[in-house]
Ligand binder design. Structure first.
Ligand code: TYD
Length: 207
């Protein structure tokens, strides 16, 4: 099974990804965690360019293609083989982040993103895609406690408000594909909400 977490910066995806992985593992599942962009040698190089290449000129279209390229590599190197071996794969971000950051917020048409996305993921789509939702103000408070903002975090308030709205808008258009989870409560409560969604959706034995 393939599960993904997306959401604005500071929504707590990475924490919830780890907790969910531990939960599945405690039930005897073999779990593979990955993060998009990243998780492969090439993906990590691309991630470095995208998030820390402050001195580079990167056009919107190029940025979009770099995110797609990192994902294409991760799909073939990590996700597809793991799924074929029956493992539980949980990804911190996936194609939806591309649609929202570079589409809804960045201005590239969804039609183009979906076409390129199809090539990048080549049939690998999540069985469950969760969106962790927090208002911009809460996100800023959380991110403010971290180190230097990365290249994407530096895109400014308007951009990040469009990101949040983009996630909600896209989820509203495709209610069967995405589950929106309120990520404002403490991590333990968000974790329980996520587990409840999984039980409801899949009725997995023992969970
Ligand atoms: P993330 O790993 O969540 O960053 P952090 O570990 O700092 O929380 O995501 C990296 C950034 O890249 C984040 O700002 C979202 C952005 N992003 C895109 O713009 N497009 C994409 O397709 C993906 C996957 C991420």
């Amino acid at each position: 099974m393939f599960i993904t977490f997306d959401g604005g910066d500071g929504c707590g995806k990475s924490t919830q990804q780890k907790r969910l992985g531990d939960w599945f593992q405690s039930q005897g599942y073999e779990v593979v965690l990955c993060r998009d962009p990243g998780s492969t040698a090439l993906g990590n190089e691309i991630r470095q360019i995208l998030l820390h290449g402050h001195e580079l000129r990167i056009e919107n279209k190029t940025e979009m293609l770099l995110f797609m390229a990192a994902r294409a590599q991760m799909v073939e190197e990590i996700i597809r083989p793991a799924l074929e071996m029956g493992k539980m794969v949980i990804s911190d971000r996936f194609l939806l982040s591309n649609l929202v950051y570079q589409g809804y917020a960045g201005g590239i048409s969804l039609e183009i993103l979906e076409k390129v996305g199809q090539i990048a993921v080549d049939g690998i789509m999540p069985d469950l895609a969760m969106i962790l939702d927090i208002p911009y103000e809460v996100a800023i408070e959380r991110i403010g406690n971290r180190n230097v903002p990365d290249r994407m975090e530096q895109k400014g308030e308007e951009f990040h408000r469009r990101v949040r709205n983009g996630f909600l808008q896209h989820a509203a258009i495709h209610p069967n594909r995405y589950v929106v989870i309120d990520a404002v409560p403490p991590p333990q409560e968000v974790e329980t909400a996520i587990q409840n969604v999984i039980r409801e959706r899949f009725g997995i034995c023992g969970l």
